[in-house]
Design a protein around this ligand. Structure first.
Ligand SMILES: [Zn+2]
Length: 224
């Protein structure tokens, strides 16, 4: 499956927290500190323009055991095909220059599966990673309480949660310890996106084995 936004139906209490648009000097260090204090691994979908001046933060994310995915170089709303392909290549090169690693995760900006970025990423062999739960932390008039409530109201085992660690997301940094605390109290374990995708695959092949019918699609695609 190339587009990954299905996972609902899993009974196992696992959750993957994801942070888009970073790294930023203001929010990423706070998020990393909270994750470390709670011994949790998460997934960061990084932008090229934000990685370039902050190689140490990118290295720290890797060193502390988190997963990283590509989130384009400039996060344009309407890139043309040529620009999109060039950005995918440039992101890969920059990430490899900084970390000596590669990634096989891509999240399209605005969750737009039809954009030139998504087409270019699929062509380059990336699966497109969406989410099943969002803190809605890019909304207007947002605050930490609303981010917390948004995540809890949609909560299901097997969720991939969309959050942001870009520079103005103080409300997200503030909500995170409480989100983690509540999830822990509910018995959730925290996994990275690659770990979650394996769980989804295992669950779906198991469900498929139970019945000759196609497994039900429980999740809906949530718009950013
Ligand atoms: Zn984004």
């Amino acid at each position: 499956m190339k587009i990954r936004n299905q996972g609902k139906g899993i009974q196992k209490k696992i959750i993957a927290l994801t942070f888009d648009d970073g790294p930023s000097d203001t929010i990423t260090p706070q998020v990393l500190e909270t994750l470390k204090a709670n011994k949790i691994k998460a997934t960061f979908f990084l932008m090229g323009v934000n990685m370039k001046p902050r190689p140490e933060l990118v290295k720290q994310i890797i060193r502390e055991g988190h997963a990283v995915g590509a989130h384009t170089y400039t996060h344009s709303r309407h890139p043309d095909e040529y620009v999109a392909e060039e950005e995918i290549r440039n992101w890969d090169t920059l990430f490899h220059d900084i970390t000596r690693r590669t990634t096989r995760l891509f999240r399209p900006p605005f969750g737009n599966l039809k954009s030139a970025y998504s087409k270019a990423a699929l062509k380059a062999g990336y699966p497109l990673i969406l989410w099943t739960n969002t803190g809605a932390d890019t909304a207007r008039h947002i605050n930490a309480e609303k981010v917390y409530t948004a995540v809890m109201e949609q909560l299901h085992p097997g969720d991939i949660v969309l959050l942001h660690d870009s520079m103005d997301k103080q409300h997200t940094a503030k909500a995170l310890p409480r989100i983690i605390q509540t999830l822990k109290e509910k018995g959730y374990a925290f996994v990275t996106v690659p770990e979650m995708l394996k769980e989804w695959d295992a669950f779906q092949s198991q469900e498929h084995g139970k019945s000759s019918e196609t497994p039900a699609k429980h999740s809906k695609h949530l718009s950013p």
